[in-house]
Design a protein around this ligand. Sequence first.
Ligand code: HEM
Ligand code: HEM
Length: 230
Amino acid sequence: MQNRIRKTWPLWDIPTRLTHGLLIAALILAWWSAETQRPDLHQWAGYSILVLVLARIVWGFIGSTPSLFSTFLKSPQNVWRYLFDRTQNKPSIEHARVTGHNPAGGWSVLVLLVLLFVQSVTGLFNSDDILFNGPFYHLLESDWQDRAGVIHDYAFDVLIAFIALHIVAVFFHYWRGRNLLLPMLRGKTQDCYSDQPPKASWRWLLVLLIFAAALWAAVQSAPQPTTQWF
Ligand code: HEM
Ligand code: HEM
Protein backbone atom coordinates (compact mmCIF):
# COMPACT_ATOMS: atom_id res chain seq x y z
CA MET A 1 0.00 0.00 0.00
CA GLN A 2 1.30 3.41 -0.89
CA ASN A 3 2.32 5.42 2.11
CA ARG A 4 0.76 8.84 1.58
CA ILE A 5 2.50 11.64 3.39
CA ARG A 6 0.21 14.62 3.83
CA LYS A 7 1.77 17.98 4.50
CA THR A 8 0.75 19.94 7.57
CA TRP A 9 0.50 23.71 7.77
CA PRO A 10 0.77 26.10 10.67
CA LEU A 11 -2.64 27.22 11.94
CA TRP A 12 -2.89 28.28 15.59
CA ASP A 13 0.30 29.89 16.88
CA ILE A 14 1.68 29.38 20.38
CA PRO A 15 0.05 32.51 21.91
CA THR A 16 -3.39 31.52 20.61
CA ARG A 17 -3.06 27.97 21.92
CA LEU A 18 -1.55 29.01 25.25
CA THR A 19 -4.30 31.60 25.71
CA HIS A 20 -6.94 28.95 25.05
CA GLY A 21 -5.46 26.44 27.51
CA LEU A 22 -4.83 29.02 30.22
CA LEU A 23 -8.31 30.52 29.81
CA ILE A 24 -9.89 27.11 30.36
CA ALA A 25 -7.75 26.49 33.47
CA ALA A 26 -8.33 29.97 34.91
CA LEU A 27 -12.06 29.80 34.24
CA ILE A 28 -12.40 26.50 36.05
CA LEU A 29 -10.41 27.98 38.94
CA ALA A 30 -12.56 31.15 39.02
CA TRP A 31 -15.73 29.08 39.15
CA TRP A 32 -14.41 26.61 41.73
CA SER A 33 -13.00 29.33 43.98
CA ALA A 34 -16.33 31.17 43.89
CA GLU A 35 -18.20 27.99 44.77
CA THR A 36 -15.85 27.09 47.60
CA GLN A 37 -15.45 30.68 48.81
CA ARG A 38 -11.75 31.20 48.27
CA PRO A 39 -11.48 34.91 47.44
CA ASP A 40 -7.69 34.95 47.13
CA LEU A 41 -7.75 32.35 44.40
CA HIS A 42 -10.86 33.89 42.86
CA GLN A 43 -9.32 37.29 42.39
CA TRP A 44 -6.08 35.89 40.91
CA ALA A 45 -7.98 33.63 38.52
CA GLY A 46 -10.08 36.65 37.52
CA TYR A 47 -7.04 38.92 37.01
CA SER A 48 -5.38 36.22 34.88
CA ILE A 49 -8.46 35.95 32.67
CA LEU A 50 -8.58 39.72 32.20
CA VAL A 51 -4.91 39.92 31.22
CA LEU A 52 -5.18 36.91 28.88
CA VAL A 53 -8.26 38.35 27.16
CA LEU A 54 -6.66 41.79 26.70
CA ALA A 55 -3.48 40.25 25.30
CA ARG A 56 -5.55 38.04 22.94
CA ILE A 57 -7.40 41.13 21.70
CA VAL A 58 -4.11 42.86 20.90
CA TRP A 59 -2.87 39.62 19.27
CA GLY A 60 -5.98 39.81 17.10
CA PHE A 61 -4.37 42.91 15.52
CA ILE A 62 -0.67 42.02 15.51
CA GLY A 63 -0.62 38.19 15.58
CA SER A 64 -0.30 35.45 12.98
CA THR A 65 -2.72 35.56 10.03
CA PRO A 66 -5.29 32.92 11.23
CA SER A 67 -5.55 34.65 14.64
CA LEU A 68 -6.23 38.16 13.27
CA PHE A 69 -9.75 39.58 13.68
CA SER A 70 -9.52 40.86 10.11
CA THR A 71 -9.05 37.25 8.97
CA PHE A 72 -11.98 35.65 10.76
CA LEU A 73 -14.61 38.35 11.33
CA LYS A 74 -16.71 38.11 8.17
CA SER A 75 -19.69 40.09 6.93
CA PRO A 76 -23.23 39.03 8.03
CA GLN A 77 -23.92 37.89 4.43
CA ASN A 78 -20.93 35.63 4.59
CA VAL A 79 -22.10 34.14 7.91
CA TRP A 80 -25.60 33.66 6.48
CA ARG A 81 -24.24 31.93 3.37
CA TYR A 82 -22.04 29.70 5.49
CA LEU A 83 -24.87 28.67 7.82
CA PHE A 84 -27.89 28.44 5.52
CA ASP A 85 -27.05 28.53 1.85
CA ARG A 86 -26.78 24.93 0.70
CA THR A 87 -27.15 25.71 -3.01
CA GLN A 88 -24.30 27.99 -3.93
CA ASN A 89 -20.69 27.44 -4.47
CA LYS A 90 -19.44 28.37 -1.02
CA PRO A 91 -16.46 30.68 -1.06
CA SER A 92 -16.95 31.25 2.65
CA ILE A 93 -16.36 27.60 3.47
CA GLU A 94 -13.36 27.50 1.22
CA HIS A 95 -12.09 30.55 3.05
CA ALA A 96 -12.67 28.88 6.40
CA ARG A 97 -10.49 26.00 5.27
CA VAL A 98 -7.68 28.41 4.62
CA THR A 99 -7.88 30.52 7.73
CA GLY A 100 -9.20 28.46 10.62
CA HIS A 101 -12.32 29.89 12.23
CA ASN A 102 -15.35 29.56 9.98
CA PRO A 103 -17.51 32.71 9.51
CA ALA A 104 -19.92 31.75 12.33
CA GLY A 105 -17.16 30.51 14.64
CA GLY A 106 -15.24 33.75 14.12
CA TRP A 107 -18.01 35.81 15.68
CA SER A 108 -18.42 33.34 18.51
CA VAL A 109 -14.74 33.89 19.36
CA LEU A 110 -15.46 37.60 19.73
CA VAL A 111 -18.56 36.92 21.86
CA LEU A 112 -16.56 34.64 24.17
CA LEU A 113 -13.79 37.21 24.56
CA VAL A 114 -16.27 40.02 25.27
CA LEU A 115 -18.13 37.91 27.85
CA LEU A 116 -14.89 36.98 29.60
CA PHE A 117 -13.89 40.65 29.59
CA VAL A 118 -17.23 41.76 31.06
CA GLN A 119 -17.10 39.02 33.69
CA SER A 120 -13.60 39.87 34.87
CA VAL A 121 -14.06 43.67 34.78
CA THR A 122 -17.33 43.58 36.74
CA GLY A 123 -15.52 41.39 39.29
CA LEU A 124 -13.13 44.28 39.95
CA PHE A 125 -16.10 46.37 41.09
CA ASN A 126 -17.99 43.60 42.85
CA SER A 127 -18.46 42.81 46.51
CA ASP A 128 -20.15 40.10 48.51
CA ASP A 129 -21.25 42.90 50.89
CA ILE A 130 -19.50 41.15 53.75
CA LEU A 131 -15.75 40.81 53.56
CA PHE A 132 -14.65 40.46 49.95
CA ASN A 133 -14.46 43.58 47.80
CA GLY A 134 -13.04 43.81 44.30
CA PRO A 135 -10.14 46.31 44.24
CA PHE A 136 -12.12 49.10 42.57
CA TYR A 137 -15.40 48.59 44.40
CA HIS A 138 -14.93 51.81 46.34
CA LEU A 139 -14.71 53.87 43.11
CA LEU A 140 -18.40 53.39 42.23
CA GLU A 141 -21.58 54.98 43.52
CA SER A 142 -23.74 52.47 45.35
CA ASP A 143 -26.17 52.08 42.38
CA TRP A 144 -23.32 51.09 40.13
CA GLN A 145 -21.83 48.79 42.75
CA ASP A 146 -25.14 46.91 42.73
CA ARG A 147 -25.20 46.82 38.94
CA ALA A 148 -21.65 45.45 38.78
CA GLY A 149 -22.70 42.66 41.16
CA VAL A 150 -25.81 41.80 39.17
CA ILE A 151 -23.89 41.75 35.88
CA HIS A 152 -21.14 39.63 37.46
CA ASP A 153 -23.79 37.10 38.52
CA TYR A 154 -25.77 36.96 35.27
CA ALA A 155 -22.87 37.28 32.83
CA PHE A 156 -21.48 34.06 34.25
CA ASP A 157 -24.63 32.15 33.26
CA VAL A 158 -24.51 33.62 29.76
CA LEU A 159 -20.81 32.77 29.55
CA ILE A 160 -21.43 29.16 30.56
CA ALA A 161 -24.22 28.89 27.97
CA PHE A 162 -21.89 30.15 25.21
CA ILE A 163 -19.08 27.85 26.30
CA ALA A 164 -21.50 24.91 26.18
CA LEU A 165 -22.51 25.96 22.65
CA HIS A 166 -18.83 26.32 21.76
CA ILE A 167 -18.06 22.78 22.91
CA VAL A 168 -21.14 21.38 21.14
CA ALA A 169 -20.01 23.12 17.92
CA VAL A 170 -16.55 21.56 18.22
CA PHE A 171 -18.10 18.08 18.61
CA PHE A 172 -20.55 18.76 15.79
CA HIS A 173 -17.65 19.44 13.41
CA TYR A 174 -15.91 16.31 14.67
CA TRP A 175 -19.05 14.31 13.92
CA ARG A 176 -19.09 15.87 10.41
CA GLY A 177 -15.52 14.67 9.89
CA ARG A 178 -13.47 17.69 10.83
CA ASN A 179 -11.29 17.59 13.93
CA LEU A 180 -10.83 21.17 15.17
CA LEU A 181 -9.32 20.16 18.47
CA LEU A 182 -6.06 18.69 17.14
CA PRO A 183 -4.93 21.96 15.50
CA MET A 184 -5.84 23.81 18.73
CA LEU A 185 -3.57 21.38 20.61
CA ARG A 186 -0.76 20.91 18.10
CA GLY A 187 -0.92 24.15 16.16
CA LYS A 188 -0.91 22.42 12.76
CA THR A 189 -3.52 21.25 10.33
CA GLN A 190 -3.71 19.28 7.13
CA ASP A 191 -6.67 21.30 5.85
CA CYS A 192 -5.08 24.67 5.77
CA TYR A 193 -2.93 25.68 2.86
CA SER A 194 -1.85 29.08 4.00
CA ASP A 195 1.93 28.84 4.20
CA GLN A 196 2.55 32.04 6.13
CA PRO A 197 4.87 31.43 9.08
CA PRO A 198 3.51 32.24 12.56
CA LYS A 199 4.50 35.55 14.15
CA ALA A 200 7.12 35.52 16.91
CA SER A 201 5.56 34.82 20.30
CA TRP A 202 7.72 37.30 22.25
CA ARG A 203 5.52 40.19 21.10
CA TRP A 204 2.53 38.51 22.71
CA LEU A 205 4.51 37.82 25.87
CA LEU A 206 5.55 41.46 26.01
CA VAL A 207 1.93 42.63 25.64
CA LEU A 208 0.85 40.14 28.30
CA LEU A 209 3.50 41.38 30.73
CA ILE A 210 2.59 45.03 30.09
CA PHE A 211 -1.09 44.34 30.86
CA ALA A 212 -0.17 42.26 33.92
CA ALA A 213 2.11 45.03 35.24
CA ALA A 214 -0.52 47.72 34.59
CA LEU A 215 -3.22 45.71 36.38
CA TRP A 216 -0.87 44.92 39.25
CA ALA A 217 0.00 48.63 39.65
CA ALA A 218 -3.69 49.61 39.53
CA VAL A 219 -4.64 46.97 42.10
CA GLN A 220 -1.75 47.99 44.39
CA SER A 221 -2.86 51.60 44.31
CA ALA A 222 -6.39 50.61 45.38
CA PRO A 223 -7.33 49.72 48.96
CA GLN A 224 -6.48 46.01 49.26
CA PRO A 225 -9.51 43.71 49.00
CA THR A 226 -10.27 41.69 52.06
CA THR A 227 -9.51 38.06 51.50
CA GLN A 228 -11.76 36.45 54.08
CA TRP A 229 -14.85 34.94 52.48
CA PHE A 230 -17.06 33.10 54.93
C1 HEM B 1 -13.89 26.38 29.19
C2 HEM B 1 -13.85 27.44 28.53
C3 HEM B 1 -13.49 27.70 27.10
C4 HEM B 1 -13.30 28.94 26.62
C5 HEM B 1 -13.44 30.25 27.40
C6 HEM B 1 -12.95 28.81 25.22
C7 HEM B 1 -12.68 29.87 24.40
C8 HEM B 1 -12.24 29.77 23.10
C9 HEM B 1 -11.81 30.87 22.29
C10 HEM B 1 -11.80 32.34 22.74
C11 HEM B 1 -11.44 30.36 21.10
C12 HEM B 1 -10.87 31.14 19.92
C13 HEM B 1 -9.38 30.88 19.85
C14 HEM B 1 -8.67 32.12 19.36
O1 HEM B 1 -8.74 32.44 18.17
O2 HEM B 1 -8.06 32.79 20.21
C15 HEM B 1 -11.63 28.95 21.12
C16 HEM B 1 -11.37 28.08 20.08
C17 HEM B 1 -11.48 26.72 20.16
N1 HEM B 1 -11.85 25.98 21.27
FE1 HEM B 1 -12.39 26.73 23.06
N2 HEM B 1 -12.92 27.48 24.87
C18 HEM B 1 -13.25 26.76 25.99
C19 HEM B 1 -13.33 25.40 26.09
C20 HEM B 1 -13.05 24.52 25.07
C21 HEM B 1 -13.12 23.08 25.18
C22 HEM B 1 -13.47 22.29 26.45
C23 HEM B 1 -12.79 22.58 23.96
C24 HEM B 1 -12.72 21.13 23.55
C25 HEM B 1 -13.76 20.48 23.21
C26 HEM B 1 -12.50 23.70 23.09
C27 HEM B 1 -12.12 23.60 21.78
C28 HEM B 1 -11.82 24.65 20.95
C29 HEM B 1 -11.41 24.51 19.57
C30 HEM B 1 -11.25 23.21 18.81
C31 HEM B 1 -11.22 25.79 19.07
C32 HEM B 1 -10.82 26.16 17.63
C33 HEM B 1 -12.10 26.33 16.87
C34 HEM B 1 -11.84 26.53 15.38
O3 HEM B 1 -11.06 25.78 14.80
O4 HEM B 1 -12.46 27.46 14.81
N3 HEM B 1 -12.69 24.86 23.78
N4 HEM B 1 -12.11 28.60 22.36
C1 HEM C 1 -13.72 35.86 34.33
C2 HEM C 1 -13.38 35.93 35.62
C3 HEM C 1 -14.37 35.67 36.72
C4 HEM C 1 -15.35 34.71 36.81
C5 HEM C 1 -15.67 33.60 35.81
C6 HEM C 1 -16.05 34.92 38.06
C7 HEM C 1 -17.11 34.15 38.51
C8 HEM C 1 -17.78 34.36 39.68
C9 HEM C 1 -18.88 33.56 40.17
C10 HEM C 1 -19.45 32.33 39.44
C11 HEM C 1 -19.27 34.08 41.35
C12 HEM C 1 -20.41 33.57 42.25
C13 HEM C 1 -21.63 34.38 41.95
C14 HEM C 1 -22.72 34.04 42.90
O1 HEM C 1 -23.04 32.85 43.01
O2 HEM C 1 -23.24 34.96 43.53
C15 HEM C 1 -18.43 35.21 41.64
C16 HEM C 1 -18.53 36.00 42.76
C17 HEM C 1 -17.68 37.04 43.05
N1 HEM C 1 -16.63 37.47 42.28
FE1 HEM C 1 -16.05 36.75 40.50
N2 HEM C 1 -15.49 35.98 38.70
C18 HEM C 1 -14.45 36.47 37.93
C19 HEM C 1 -13.61 37.52 38.23
C20 HEM C 1 -13.62 38.24 39.40
C21 HEM C 1 -12.67 39.25 39.76
C22 HEM C 1 -11.47 39.73 38.91
C23 HEM C 1 -13.03 39.72 40.98
C24 HEM C 1 -12.36 40.77 41.82
C25 HEM C 1 -11.13 40.69 42.21
C26 HEM C 1 -14.24 39.01 41.37
C27 HEM C 1 -14.94 39.24 42.53
C28 HEM C 1 -16.05 38.54 42.93
C29 HEM C 1 -16.77 38.81 44.17
C30 HEM C 1 -16.46 39.92 45.17
C31 HEM C 1 -17.78 37.86 44.23
C32 HEM C 1 -18.82 37.67 45.38
C33 HEM C 1 -20.15 38.24 44.96
C34 HEM C 1 -21.27 37.83 45.90
O3 HEM C 1 -21.09 36.95 46.74
O4 HEM C 1 -22.33 38.41 45.76
N3 HEM C 1 -14.57 38.10 40.39
N4 HEM C 1 -17.53 35.36 40.61
